[in-house]
Design a protein around this ligand. Structure first.
Ligand code: SF4
Length: 394
């Protein structure tokens, strides 16, 4: 059995081998780091500004730190970012980046510019385990949670790449956690990354400009309210439990009544706040006038707005997008009942960057999903990874 000395030695050796990645540390985390190494905590603000505002990763360039501290950081710490594997630009200006977070795993992030805004959609997990039936990410399976560094790195990388794009410099005005994964199932890492997005000495976004989208992990909605209240979006997609159980299996655990109660609590003491409800319209499944009436009744006493998302097809999805008149009809029923509703324009469809189409490259943990993915037909324009047999062993 290891003695305490052994443990300390092992930890010291590991620390020697694995420098601490400071990219994902919040202000509090960095203050603690400096306390532990015998430095004064105000260094944390200096470092946050270098890393997230100046976007400098080389400690030797951080000129307001002493020479000794720079040398020590260079020896014991790093600011390490994931690698951009590919960039695709849509004819409508949308940009999708494939980001490698480990040898076999990539996630996707998307920048969607419009006249007034530049929205960055980022991922929180490698794949997703929630299996919503209309979502391409779900088909890839699930590998792991992203670290806080890997989440905030997406904001860091996109800001840097957009600022350096001399042909088309764009500013990110909004960040949405609507990419791959269920953010509330990666709670601590997501909250740390959110804090860095909001922190004045880091990225400095206003709370209302950062939106977390959840399929409805009810206890964590309450926890988020306590820890870091950003704007909330809920992937609803059905107006009753019978249908939602089929489309969003998480509903069996947290049914609509409990989910809406949590949404009410989330905004109850903020007169200006609204919860956004996302509703993917699937032809013949959830798109009738009766569904719209049910949805309006459900949201009648909530400060809510609805985003209608015409389904973005992917191979073998089994679903279709409703015709335009059906979508307009659905919206009119909601509007007539005073529910603020917008129909989201499909953006980046030509590069598979539209809502529900993100896929990345996920080395799924489940053998069944790995087999299915390995045998999946290549989608035009995407890389398909064929797994060697030894990687298909459970
Ligand atoms: S819609 Fe969101 S929660 Fe559902 S499977 Fe896709 S990524 Fe996961």
């Amino acid at each position: 059995m290891d003695t305490p000395e052994d443990t300390i030695q092992t930890t010291a050796v590991r620390a020697e081998r694995e420098p601490v990645n400071l990219l994902g540390l919040t202000l509090t985390g960095l203050e603690e780091y400096f306390r532990v190494i015998g430095e004064r905590p105000f260094r944390a603000v200096q470092l946050l500004k270098w890393i997230h505002q100046q976007r400098i990763t080389d400690f030797s360039a951080m000129t307001n730190l002493s020479r000794e501290l720079r040398a020590r950081l260079a020896a014991e710490a790093v600011v390490r970012l994931p690698e951009i594997v590919s960039t695709q630009k849509s004819t409508d200006g949308t940009i999708k980046w494939l980001v490698r977070v480990a040898a076999d795993n990539c996630i996707e992030m998307v920048f969607i510019p419009d006249a007034r805004r530049g929205t960055l959609c980022i991922s929180s997990q490698v794949g997703c385990a929630l299996n919503c039936t209309f979502c391409f990410t779900a088909r890839q399976g699930f590998n792991r949670n992203l670290s806080s560094a890997e989440i905030i790195a997406q904001v860091w990388l996109a800001r840097t790449l957009l600022e350096n794009d001399s042909a088309d410099r764009r500013v990110i005005t909004n960040v949405v956690l609507m990419g791959m994964g269920e953010p509330l199932l990666n709670f601590e890492n997501v909250v740390d990354a959110l804090e860095l997005m909001l922190e004045d000495n880091a990225h400095g976004f206003a709370r209302r400009r950062v939106t977390l989208s959840t399929a409805g992990v009810v206890p964590k909605i309450d926890a988020l309210r306590q820890r870091c209240r950003v704007s909330l979006a809920v992937s609803l997609h059905a107006p009753n439990d019978r249908l939602r159980d089929q489309l969003v299996p998480l509903n069996k655990r947290y049914p609509i009544r409990e989910l809406l109660a949590a949404c009410r609590r989330y905004v109850e003491d903020d007169a200006r706040a609204k919860v956004t409800f996302e509703y993917v319209l699937l032809a013949g499944v959830n798109d009738s006038r009766q569904h719209a009436r049910e949805l309006a009744a459900l949201l009648a006493d909530l400060p809510a707005k609805v985003n209608l998302i015409p389904f973005n097809p992917f191979p073998n999805s089994g679903y279709q997008c409703p015709p335009a008149p059906v979508i307009d009809d659905f919206r009119e029923v909601l509007m007539a009942r005073r529910i603020m509703t917008i129909t989201r324009k499909t953006r980046g469809g030509d590069i598979d960057a539209a809502c529900g189409q993100l896929a990345g490259e996920v080395q799924a943990r489940s053998r069944r999903v790995r087999l299915r993915n390995a045998n999946r037909l290549a989608t035009p324009g995407r890389t398909t990874v064929t797994l060697p047999p030894e990687q298909l062993q459970s």
